[in-house]
Design a protein around this ligand. Structure first.
Ligand code: SF4
Ligand code: SF4
Length: 500
């Protein structure tokens, strides 16, 4: 392992200490993560990049923990959805998520029995091919949990087809207040390392590189021990840790390319093609190893309850848990609390309806911000937004052009390159909502109808490519081979169902 150099990119934003709760309350001392057991869950069928999954349960059906309740439509780029509780399906109705996604959502009432499907068990046969690993990961409904949402199996497939050499694991989590990934790395370093090793091997990469902030040295010994232990199973893979300077946003793939390889990627470029590397989030790697070793689908995740008016802690939450039930676990949202943010402080979305907004596979935090009077003045030309924009834009100029109805000029100024990091709005002393306007403009050029998920997902898997990428199709087809008995398959809730 080499850990001499400190990597970074230029510009960006360095959170001051007061913004980082992990430095004030020692998250590392949370020995046992509290597991939230909600009274009900609301499971959206589209939590990933791709089309919505299709419910395979009906109101009145009994479901178990780990049961698949929605499957990819045949031949479509999509991902299965699983229940993280046992109980009864109450209804299936349309939901509009704060990120604008509209899809069916399965409402399940918890019977508090926590009955699990039989298929969740230690996998005996670990002699797996790359196709096996990708199949397990897609059957488990795993997508990029750092907010990207791209089905992980498809990303491995893509990396393999580009002959990547390095698999990068993003353990940076640089956004102020956020510590859920760091908590995963602290509690489950072995899962993160083994998941990364398995995904690297499946992608044909010979090296795994963990990217971690120099400020998180307390996580280093656990990570290094896990790497040593993994050596037995992954002798063909080399593992390395690279330290990064503390900076936000640090883990975005274009900025990682700049920091690690000194390569400036255009918005349409991919890390796979230009740098021979693929980037995964550390929580995603952990979920992959849970699926590979124990056949556990992605049905719960670690979420930070955070902000400047909460005690700041991390909990394990079944996907679909309403935000109100997560906050009830001790997030001290008292009368000084302002908006509740679905996601992180700078990139999240403020929500009103806490009872009916669920945690999804991509929700790493619920942030409660202190109530404060926002200044509202015209631009004072301080230049702070341009000084800090991580992709070198002049947000005040682009904003003005958009305001004056000049989208062509805004485009010439690079407005479509915005990565929606939220820094300009956060830093603006005039309280101008720069990000909202610029990010919306940038996303207009990226959305491919029903396949879109997030405004900052720039790498498009276009419809023609999906034939290649749709590993998922293979796992929902009805050919004899795929129907054959597989004791590790995650079972569907109805007799005669297809294997997913
Ligand atoms: S939100 Fe966009 S314009 Fe604003 S700082 Fe981030 S990348 Fe730059
Ligand atoms: S940070 Fe705000 S006030 Fe300063 S230049 Fe940018 S838009 Fe104007």
């Amino acid at each position: 392992m080499t850990r001499g150099r400190r990597y970074t990119y230029h510009k960006g934003f360095i959170a001051d200490n007061a913004l980082d709760f992990s430095k004030r309350s020692s998250f590392i001392k949370e020995i046992l993560l509290e597991r939230v057991n909600p009274t009900r869950i609301i499971l959206p069928c589209k939590q990933h990049y791709g089309v919505s999954a299709v419910p395979v349960v009906r109101p009145g059906d009994q479901v178990k923990v780990g049961q698949c309740v929605a499957v990819p439509p045949k031949g479509k780029f999509s991902l299965a959805v699983h229940s993280g509780i046992s109980g009864v399906v109450k209804e299936i109705k349309e939901i509009r998520l704060p990120n604008g996604i509209v899809c069916p959502a399965i409402h399940i009432e918890n019977d508090m029995k926590m009955q699990r499907v039989d298929s969740i068990r230690h996998r005996e046969n670990m002699n797996l091919t790359a196709e096996d690993v990708m199949g397990i990961i897609s059957n488990a409904g795993i997508c990029g949990m750092g907010g990207e949402g791209i089905p992980t199996a498809a990303k491995i497939y893509r990396a393999k087809s580009h002959n990547v050499n390095e698999l990068l694991v993003n353990c940076l989590q640089s956004e102020p207040y956020a510590t859920s990934d760091l908590m995963v790395l602290s509690e489950y370093p072995g899962y993160v390392v083994m998941g990364a090793g398995a995904c690297a091997r499946a992608a044909g990469a010979s090296k795994v590189v963990f990217l971690i902030s120099e400020k998180r040295s307390m996580l280093m010994s656990g990570l290094e021990n896990a790497i040593q232990n993994a050596g037995r199973d992954f002798a063909d893979i080399s593992f390395e840790v690279k330290l990064f300077r503390e900076r936000f946003p640090q883990g975005y793939f274009r900025l990682v390319a700049e920091a690690l390889y000194n390569v400036k990627l255009d918005p349409e470029d991919t890390l796979e093609e230009k740098c021979g590397a693929v980037l995964f989030n550390c929580s995603t790697m952990c979920a992959c190893w849970e699926a590979i070793s124990e056949n556990i689908p992605l049905m719960s995740r670690v979420v930070s309850i955070t902000g400047d008016v909460t005690n700041g802690h991390n909990v394990i939450v079944p996907v679909g848990t309403p935000v109100s039930e997560v906050l009830a676990t001790g997030g001290r949202a008292d009368d000084v609390a302002g908006p509740v943010v679905w996601g992180n402080a700078l990139t999240g979305i403020a929500i009103e309806d806490k009872e009916n907004t669920p945690i999804i596979k991509l929700t790493s935090a619920i942030t409660v911000i202190r109530k404060q009077e926002q200044p509202r003045t015209p631009c004072i030309h301080c230049g702070l937004c341009a000084q800090n924009c991580p992709v070198g834009l002049s947000p005040h100029i682009i904003y003005e052009m958009l305001k004056q109805g000049m989208p062509k000029k805004a485009e010439e100024e690079g407005g479509r390159n915005c990565i929606s990091c939220g820094i300009c709005s956060y830093i603006c002393p005039a309280g101008i909502r720069l990000t909202q306007r610029i990010a919306t403009f940038a996303s207009e050029g990226r959305i491919i109808g029903e396949n879109s998920l997030l405004h900052n997902t720039r790498v498009q898997y276009n419809i023609d490519e999906i034939g290649d990428l749709s590993l998922l199709e293979g796992y929902v087809s009805e050919s004899e081979e795929e129907e054959k008995e597989d004791k590790d398959a995650i079972v569907l809730p109805f007799d005669g169902g297809k294997k997913v």
